[in-house]
Design a protein around this ligand. Structure first.
Ligand SMILES: NC(=O)c1ccc[n+]([C@@H]2O[C@H](COP(=O)([O-])OP(=O)(O)OC[C@H]3O[C@@H](n4cnc5c(N)ncnc54)[C@H](OP(=O)(O)O)[C@@H]3O)[C@@H](O)[C@H]2O)c1
Length: 257
């Protein structure tokens, strides 16, 4: 059984723990300074340990704290790290070198997963100067996982893979609010969004061209065209694209802080 220790058990760690809990080959425990997260671990059948115990009892340690907390955490971890301990950081913008300088005995990996890992439908990119097959396999249990040769790609993946789901969820959230307002009582808005999103996903999985799908829904003078024309007249596609750029730029800034 492989022992995985999460240091920091907030939003992302919970998603990763939920996904890995589906596999008996992993024994999971965690360490967090926040009592609510310690309680969450215990309520979900995982031990909440001290920092030292969480590290020494792990084959793989996963650092899941906010970027601002990583370096001071690594200073605290240093004394407990044995030679060749595998340490994965999921923190946006914190470079491989910064962690390696602090934890020089450890094998360091940077991973950029996303929240889909909770349902084993995540995507994770991994960078390291070490042999990474074990770590890739670990994250493959949470969905897709692949290595990148160039560390800068991790910053790009932070914005595209890490943040991307929230952009789509914001649109779906707004759509559900309008369903709530406009549909008669008794209709279940979640069933409606799930049904139509499932059909879109099926088309995407079939490899259909996205513009062709949009064209097939849109008829001249119809409702779809009216809605889409409004989006285009408000430069929605440009605004959406700029949101991606803003996330990409922020990922670059974080890596330079
Ligand atoms: N959320 C995502 O979808 C996502 C996607 C990709 C990557 N990431 C990366 O994942 C990391 C974690 O993000 P998150 O949203 O999960 O953060 P979060 O919800 O704030 O969870 C972090 C937890 O770690 C605790 N912590 C911080 N420093 C600690 C220390 N020295 N010892 C013990 N516990 C400590 C925090 O306690 P306090 O609350 O007291 O600070 C908090 O409970 C970030 O670096 C982020 O860049 C997140």
């Amino acid at each position: 059984m492989e022992k995985i220790g999460f240091i920091g058990c907030g939003h992302l760690a919970k998603a990763l723990i939920n996904g890995l809990s589906n596999f008996k080959k992993y024994k999971i425990h965690g360490h967090d300074r926040n009592e609510a997260n310690q309680n969450w671990l215990q309520a979900n059948g995982h031990q909440a340990l001290s920092l030292e115990d969480a590290i020494i009892n792990s084959d793989v340690v996963i650092i899941c704290v906010k970027p601002k907390d990583v370096i001071s955490l690594c200073d605290d971890m240093k004394q407990h790290i044995s030679l060749n301990k595998k340490v994965v950081s999921v923190a946006a913008g914190i470079k491989y070198r910064q962690i390696k300088d602090c934890l020089d005995d450890a094998k360091i990996f940077r991973a950029m997963p996303n929240i889909g890992s909770k349902d084993n439908l995540g995507i994770t990119s991994i960078f390291s100067r070490e042999e990474s097959s074990d770590i890739v396999e670990l994250f493959k249990h949470l969905g897709e996982a692949f290595t990148v040769e160039d560390e800068d790609k991790i910053d790009l993946h932070t914005s595209l893979i890490g943040s991307g789901p929230a952009f789509f969820l914001e649109i779906i959230n707004e759509f559900e609010k309008r369903l709530d307002e406009l549909l008669p009582d008794g209709e279940t808005k979640r069933d409606i969004t799930v049904t139509f999103l499932s059909s879109l996903i099926a088309s995407i999985k079939n490899g259909e061209n996205l513009e062709d799908i949009i064209d097939s829904i849109k008829s001249k003078g119809g409702t779809t065209e009216a809605g889409l024309n409004h989006l285009y007249s408000r430069d929605f596609t440009k605004v959406f694209s700029e949101a991606v750029d803003a996330a990409v730029n922020r990922a670059k800034e974080l890596s330079m802080d």
